[in-house]
Design a protein around this ligand. Structure first.
Ligand code: ZN
Length: 326
């Protein structure tokens, strides 16, 4: 039997040289071509790293993205980007605004997926931000209702998913980190996801960040994807207790086993204990193992060490269980 596939949720850290290049580009001191050359260089760096480490499903590492909503909004007709908006604390960011009918004018991620896939024989996961989260993290100055906005976004993103599948993506992840923040919107998020993945035969998944799972479990199992990817390490794997006490987890589970908010590199035995706890709820052939969330806020060294401890821990558990992944 095969099982316990390793992957990464999405983002990996931008090395300091790329972070500096993005600032230089924003200030007009670097050309777009020079910036893209560096994004490609570090995409290759991260694909090579994952490949050599032995992750089963590789990510393109999102070197080309600022944040996960703005990147898609910038590339879409009908969306504009606001001036700086203040979030809590002293962080400022730019927020997308719907100003007209949404339309995909070119693909968002396909070039990057193809580039990453050209560098490895392992499957590279297609990754986009989901319609509910895109709308939730934007202002709506065009559609009459939030529902119309979300469903229009879903149509646009569906085109991208179709292109990724045509290009050969075996795994496509539609991230919906915002789904757990407003339980009352879960039915809308489910309808929107159905639009995005309509007719797709690749393995589909969604990543949801930690939030009010008490309120959305087991209803969240109705999100029409194959894999649900969740942060677990940060909350000491207590979601598993919620699942087993309430209703069987009927989908594939991608389980975060290292905390992306901590500099501390987890101990291998601690990661193995988390995996074994997951195995009590979902069998190995329905279980994927990864970090809690994107690793972009960690340093390159920390991200590499966290992925390495995952691969090491999974390798030992596979051996202990007699799993025979190729
Ligand atoms: Zn997350």
């Amino acid at each position: 039997m095969e099982g316990l596939w390793t992957t990464q949720v999405g983002s990996l850290p931008k090395p300091p040289a790329l972070a500096k290049a993005r600032t230089d580009f924003a200030r007009g001191r670097l050309s777009h071509e020079e910036l893209v050359a560096l994004e490609r260089k570090y995409t290759e760096f991260w694909v090579d790293f994952q490949n050599e480490l032995g992750l089963d499903i590789v990510v393109d590492s999102e070197m080309y993205r600022g944040d996960m909503a703005t990147f898609f909004a910038e590339t879409m007709a009908g969306m504009e980007i606001s001036g700086l908006v203040r979030s809590y604390g002293n962080r400022y960011y730019r927020k997308p605004i719907a100003v007209g009918p949404l339309k995909r004018v070119k693909s968002f991620t396909l070039d990057w997926w193809q580039f990453a896939q050209s560098l490895t024989d392992r499957p590279v996961k297609g990754m986009i931000t989901g319609p509910y989260t895109m709308a939730e993290w934007s202002y709506n100055n065009y559609y009459d209702t939030q529902e119309e906005f979300v469903l229009a976004m879903a149509e646009v993103l569906h085109e991208e998913v179709v292109d990724l599948e045509k290009a050969g993506a075996q795994y496509i992840q539609v991230d919906e980190p915002a789904v757990s923040t407003r339980p009352e919107d879960l039915p809308l998020a489910i309808r929107a996801m159905a639009v995005v993945v309509d007719g797709i035969e690749a393995t589909t998944g969604t990543h949801i960040c930690y939030g009010d799972f008490e309120a959305i479990y087991p209803k969240m199992l109705e999100i029409p994807v194959d894999v649900i990817d969740l942060e677990m390490a940060n909350s000491d794997f207590d979601l598993l207790d919620l699942f087993s006490s309430r209703a069987p987890f009927t989908k594939k589970l991608a389980m975060g086993v290292v905390d992306v908010h901590s500099h501390v590199i987890e101990d291998k035995e601690q990661v193995k204990a988390g995996i074994y706890k997951g195995l009590q709820v979902v069998p190995a052939d329905r279980l994927y193992i990864d970090p809690d969330c994107g690793l972009k806020t960690r340093t390159v060294d920390e991200a590499q060490a966290k992925l390495a401890v995952i691969v090491e821990a999974v390798g030992e558990v596979r051996q202990e269980l007699g799993l025979d992944n190729a």
